[in-house]
Write a protein that binds this ligand. Sequence first.
Ligand code: SF4
Length: 348
Amino acid sequence: MYKKLPIPKSTNFLEERILEKSFKGIKFSREELAYLLYELDSESLYALADKIRKEQRGNLVFLRAIIEFSNYCRNNCLYCGIRRDNKELKRYRMKEKEILAEAEKLVLKGFKTIVLQSGEDPLWDAKRLSKVVKEIKKFGVAVTLSVGELDYKDYAILREAGADRYLLKHETIDKKLFSWLKPDTTLEKRIRCLFWLKELEYEVGAGCIIGLPGQTLDSLIDDLLFLQELKPDMVGHGPFIPHPKTPLAGFPYGNPELVLKIVALTRIILPYANIPATTALGVINPVYRIKAFYAGANVIMPDLTPEKYKTFYEIYPGKGIQKFDLNGWLETFRKMGRKTDLSPINYH
Ligand code: SF4
């Protein structure tokens, strides 16, 4: 348990103290984070995060289009629907040409970032992927990769090919929990990968699964302290959603309100970070994805994998059937007073 902080004399005093620390980039202590997580009411926490988002990142929402190009994975993470032991899943692997054609369509729609995501697929090695990255870079957009843990030299090959960003959620900083959930790797290796990516000057993305079986609130504070040290450029948090074809089937869902609180705390400790309103929040209930934009989020990452593959990238149930209504979202952002970075290309 944490040591109780003296109750501030007024909410204004508390607000000023938090804003000052956030804006000046002063690190928050465990006690302060615990106070904000355990004792501050959710609405006040979201309002603080929203204020910081507005001040530091403005009203622009970034749209980043995801193409999930392979659902093969050599790993067996306990929570994941595309783990290697899920023999009932139909596997697919998109061809280079197909990926490029999809990427081009998305660029023409106005997306400025293409995110290439896959399981840890041994047939898609860094050399092969780097050719796709080089081709997409010719469209004049940013390329984000999310293909898991690689060797330093592979991250370097992909960076050299032009990849700008890399997403590698750390999932949980609780060592025991991590080694139970991810038997093919270690927390040390995960952290090493994240620091390698930083060293190679990628924009780095981390983040947690919230509500994992056995995860405590105190360990989420450890996650925040870790993020404060890592200083990633992007942080995506999603609720745990049990997949029926995994050993974690039947465990309870992560609490979306808790995810929103962790999103808000992340905005407070990392005021400049890009923070997505994750798909998983929307799977629990679309309203939570919208709420995330009032709790510090400034990014949305639509899954625009071709329909014929999308349902097979089911890392958690309900993900593949999510339809992204672009016009609906643009209207939502307009009503929220947010602008987007989408600018469709018109050749006529
Ligand atoms: S979480 Fe990632 S590494 Fe683990 S099984 Fe799923 S796709 Fe593979």
